[in-house]
Design a protein around this ligand. Sequence first.
Ligand code: SAM
Length: 213
Amino acid sequence: MNQEHLSTPAPLRRLFTSYYERMSQGTVEKTYMEPLRKKIVGQAAGLVLEVGAGNGLNFACYDPEFVERVEATELDNSMLSYARARAQSAPVSVTLTQANVEQLPFADAYFDCIVCTLVFCSVNDPLRGLQEMRRVLKPGGQLLMIEHVRAQKRMLALLQDLITPLTRLLLGNCHWNRSTVQTVQEAGFQDIRLEHLTPVGELMPLVIILARG
Ligand SMILES: C[S@@+](CC[C@H](N)C(=O)[O-])C[C@H]1O[C@@H](n2cnc3c(N)ncnc32)[C@H](O)[C@@H]1O
């Protein structure tokens, strides 16, 4: 599959994947992100789509009592190989497909629930990606997201703007300065509920976004 739109040269993407996999064993992931993943991903139910699954860290968090099965998508080859290994040991059935969230290979109104964590900082066309997610989600279906977003304080947001060319290059097209909540609204999601968190400081605020299709 053509990965051009990932914007980062392939060797740098592979380097980022190795770094991300190493960080997945680190303190921030174990002490902060893992419980957060369990809290949000643990709410998934029915037929679930996970977009931008990365190296598959969410797979262990699905509750087999509520989840029928998971269709997981990821674009990057190097991430997919780690995700495949984690899918094997997941407590629910996970099918992995290489796909771009901007063009999902699923029928309209197909999924009960969509899970998406730390993805929309790096999608090239976030509005198109979120519109695609809304298309494949059943009306009233559940969107469960965790994203890092634009800082609320103006000076910090400006600093994010300055840092972003570097993070795009080195961290897999990651934009530190995105107003993802606004894009979720623009894509037409309803009943949006937010929880703001600053686990690593106000320069990289996280937001939990729960919404309905
Ligand atoms: C920071 S990683 C997060 C991975 C995982 N969701 C997690 O929570 O650990 C961002 C992932 O989004 C994927 N991604 C970026 N743009 C994408 C797109 N257009 N379609 C699908 N996945 C994309 C990247 O390849 C990468 O694996």
